[in-house]
Design a protein around this ligand. Structure first.
Ligand code: RNT
Ligand code: ZN
Length: 422
């Protein structure tokens, strides 16, 4: 896109929003300070680097597709992430999973991992000036094969996973300490059952006991922020998931930790956006896993749909941007993976920008006065306002490609780099 065109379109947009009392320059300033944490696992389809050619195994999540060019080493992964970062405006973070350590070609089992295996990532993040987040990996492992990890009735297996998660929290706290930016550690486990269980109660008691053991170790909040992620069902855990929303919401409230809201993990007609203003009354902060659920899959590339917009609107309208940690969680192997990141992250950014561009004061006044027609009319009108012109200008001002310009950059990278990985 041409600079003059972007500027001209922005000027017109700025006037339209100003007429509604919205300052687009201010919105752009706010946008610069909304960190988005990119999930590392779209680079290689959740394979990780514990052993060569590792693949996502079990755990009720699945990657489909065989688009060429997935990252095969940490070097390739960093190269891809650098490309992604170069195409995105705003503050970015990186969320790592425990299977992405530098294990030096040796098999280091999950109950043996240490900060030294992630020192390369910490140094890389420091150089890039970005924050890191971390996730224990309680899937793709023989001890997860029967579908139970932290809620396992087998004490040896349960202890193994408790040790793993304890180590992961330590690694995350070290990341936060070294980088001077708190790291979020998120716990998601696949535990659940395909058919209707008889004794859910015991399983949930075991999970609670494991979490209590894990969280008995305390770290300063300036280094580590803990979160727990619920799920409704997964492949092979259709009838019951031990870590349900009720389970973790109760746990988070009682222990004053965060809850992770992955919007692919609820009944299809349930709105995650609607939950935010309630949950924020009872916990200090939440973590989002923004994604797009499609039928049984919870992990399609994020797009700017009503669900995402409502989540962003509810956060902005509640004045809660500083209490929400925004993370992404999708993985699709059927298209260019760099493209998947850039499309999904831009959609998340545009959703928050759209929410910030709302004439909130005016809409609230309509609501209080019972002027429901006016409220509805303006909400509809906002959908045809030129918010894309504001985003383009924001990209340009951030030195990043505006509009469709990122597409050809990704095509070039595909040709020059990805397709050469054979
Ligand atoms: C799975 C959860 C979880 C994972 C990642 C890889 O359903 O959403 O967050 O996607 O940990
Ligand atoms: Zn998730």
């Amino acid at each position: 896109m041409k600079k003059v065109d972007i500027e001209r379109a922005y000027k017109a947009a700025k006037e339209q929003y100003a007429a509604l009392g919205v300052d687009t320059d201010k919105v752009i300033e706010q946008m610069r300070n909304i960190p988005i944490s990119l999930h590392c696992w779209q680079t290689d389809d959740v394979g990780g680097f514990e052993k060569p050619g590792a693949e996502l195994g079990g755990g009720g999540i699945q990657v489909t597709g065989n688009f060429p060019g997935k990252a095969r080493t940490i070097q390739e992964m960093r190269q891809d992430l650098e490309k992604v970062f170069s195409l995105l405006p705003g503050k970015l973070r990186l969320s790592l999973h425990a299977i992405y350590g530098e294990f030096g070609g040796k098999l280091v089992d999950r109950d043996q991992i240490e900060t030294k295996h992630f020192q390369g990532w910490i140094d890389w993040a420091k150089k890039k000036g970005i924050g890191l987040d971390f996730n224990c990996t309680c899937f793709s492992h023989p001890y997860a094969d029967d579908g139970y990890t932290l809620s396992s009735r087998n004490e040896k297996i349960r202890k193994f996973w408790v040790e793993h998660v304890k180590r992961c929290r330590k690694i995350a706290a070290d990341m936060g300490k070294q980088l001077g930016i708190p790291a979020v550690h998120n716990i998601w486990i696949p535990d659940g059952s395909k058919d209707t269980p008889v004794d859910r109660s015991t399983l949930r008691k075991i999970l609670k006991k494991s979490l209590d053991e894990i969280f008995s170790v305390k770290y300063p909040k300036k280094y580590l922020k803990d979160s727990v992620e619920s799920k409704l069902f997964g492949i092979g855990s259709e009838s019951m998931v031990v870590g349900s929303h009720d389970f973790y919401l109760g746990y988070a409230v009682k222990n004053n930790i965060m809850i992770t809201l992955d919007n692919g993990h609820f009944h299809p007609t349930e709105q995650v956006g609607d939950k935010i203003s309630s949950i924020l009354l009872y916990v200090d902060e939440i973590l989002l896993h923004l994604t797009r659920g499609v039928r049984w899959d919870s992990d399609h590339v994020l797009t700017l749909n009503d669900e995402l917009l409502l989540i962003a609107q509810e956060i902005v309208r509640a004045g809660a941007l500083n209490r929400v940690n925004i993370g992404l969680d999708f993985f699709d192997a059927s298209l260019n993976r760099i493209g998947a990141y850039v499309v999904g992250t831009r959609s998340a950014q545009i959703a928050f920008m759209y929410a910030l561009l709302e004439p909130l004061k005016m809409l609230t006044e309509f609501e209080i006065k019972g002027k429901n027609f006016e409220r509805l009319a303006y909400l509809e009108l906002m959908k045809t306002k030129p918010f894309g012109a504001v985003y383009d200008y924001y990209c340009m001002k951030s030195g990043k490609p505006a509009g469709e310009d990122y597409i050809q950059e990704i095509q070039k990278y595909e040709k020059d780099v990805l397709l050469k990985r054979k």
